[in-house]
Write a protein that binds this ligand. Structure first.
Ligand SMILES: *Cc1c(COP(=O)(O)O)cnc(C)c1O
Length: 382
């Protein structure tokens, strides 16, 4: 029999949850719309290779990545899936992108010409996506003149005009600004359509827009956060009972390494920012900011021990932190502590932890560091 590995701080990833989330997204967008699963930043901290394998089995259509290493990791898992590089390739990265058949994102004619030259030199065709800036102000050609870039790309040798896309900057918060972005992009798409220019993939919606901008599904959507089972929080309210349909795939856990009673008036952790107001039972946990548990949650965050919510006391340190277990009667060294996830009837969401750490769910997930073992559960984990 194999010995159970000993984990001090680990992330459990439920592959069934991912599979079901993707199935629900598919159901929601309907059979005419493809899904590009966004797996940048190590699949939002879930572990790129395992997640790519699962998403391939579960029928993703395209992958979205942020760099070429991520694209290579996906290719190592399985060939044949289209991969879109969502960022701009650096000039010296372009030859590798062309050779590895990664679809680049273009914002300018200069980039289009460079890829065309490479395509001809390497005797390849390059499928490109043109990014349209409708208000994000990061990448892309402005919507008003994008038609010209599309036509130019269509004339350049070696290039295939595969995709046209834009990106919402505040889909979960700002209905008016999103409407403006939607109108700019939709009017461009219509102009091109009337000119008889048909582009295979047209896409705009990230997770926030999937909730709030149903008119811009076009024929491809680009969910990230929702694939991992998290609903992007924001000012705009959705009427869908999403927590019923989406299940968070990741749980973040560690262990109790010491339990002690401390008298009233005891300063705890660096800087003594917390002083016990009464006698307290305090547990030391085997996780800290070196594992990606945000230090900004010092004196603010909560964890689960013995099925109860326990407050983080004092500063979170690199490898350890202290929590109040005064209300947990039978806490023992070695017990599991839950940083994200459920225990008994309680649960802590990534979004809650993000609020305590004064950041967003995306950053909480992508902050989980390399030393945190990802442990996969679910049917395809073997
Ligand atoms: C990261 C990213 C997405 C996915 O965003 P979520 O909010 O996680 O759904 C979609 N499109 C682009 C261009 C991105 O960079």
């Amino acid at each position: 029999m194999k010995a159970e590995p000993i984990y001090r701080c680990w992330a459990e990833v439920d592959l069934n949850a991912l599979r079901e989330n993707l199935a629900w997204l598919r159901h929601r967008v309907g059979p005419e719309v493809g899904i590009m699963t966004v797996v940048k930043a190590d699949a939002y901290g879930h572990g790129l290779k395992a997640i790519a394998a699962l998403l391939m089995q579960s029928g993703t259509d395209v992958f979205g990545v942020a760099n070429l290493n991520e694209a290579r990791d996906i290719r190592a898992v399985g060939r044949g899936w289209p991969i879109l590089m969502l960022g701009a390739c650096l000039p010296e990265e372009r030859p590798a992108a062309v050779k590895d058949d990664i679809m680049p994102t273009l914002s300018t004619l200069a980039e289009a010409r460079a890829y065309s030259k490479l395509a001809v030199a390497l005797d390849r065709t390059v499928k490109v996506h043109i990014k349209v800036d409708t208000g994000m102000g990061r990448l892309g050609v402005s919507a008003e003149v994008a038609d010209r870039l599309v036509r130019a790309v269509m004339r350049l040798p070696g290039l295939v005009m595969q995709g046209l896309y834009t990106h919402y900057s505040a889909a979960e918060d700002d209905a008016r600004f999103s409407a403006r972005q939607r109108q700019r992009f939709a009017s461009l798409v219509n102009r091109l359509r009337h000119a008889g220019i048909l582009i295979p993939s047209i896409h705009a919606n990230n997770s926030g827009a999937l909730l709030h901008e149903p008119e811009t599904l076009f024929n491809l959507v680009r969910p990230g956060l929702m694939v991992y089972g998290i609903v992007p929080p924001g000012k705009r309210r959705s009427t869908l009972p999403l927590s019923r349909y989406l299940r968070p795939a990741l749980a973040f856990k560690c262990r109790v390494s010491l339990v002690k009673e401390v008298p009233r008036g005891t300063p705890l952790s660096y800087g003594g920012t917390f002083v016990t107001p009464r006698k307290m039972k305090v547990a030391t946990l085997t996780a800290g900011y070196g594992d990606g548990y945000l230090r900004a949650g010092s004196n603010r965050a909560w964890v689960l021990v013995g099925g109860k919510r326990c407050r983080v006391l004092g500063r979170i340190t690199m490898d350890q932190m202290l929590v109040d277990v005064s209300r947990v009667p039978r806490v023992r060294v070695g017990d599991e502590a839950v940083l994200i996830g459920s225990q008994g009837r309680e649960s802590i969401t990534t979004t809650e932890l993000a609020e305590w750490g004064q950041t967003i769910a995306w950053e909480v997930l992508t902050s989980i560091t390399y030393r945190v073992r990802r442990v996969y559960k679910g049917a395809s984990a073997a």
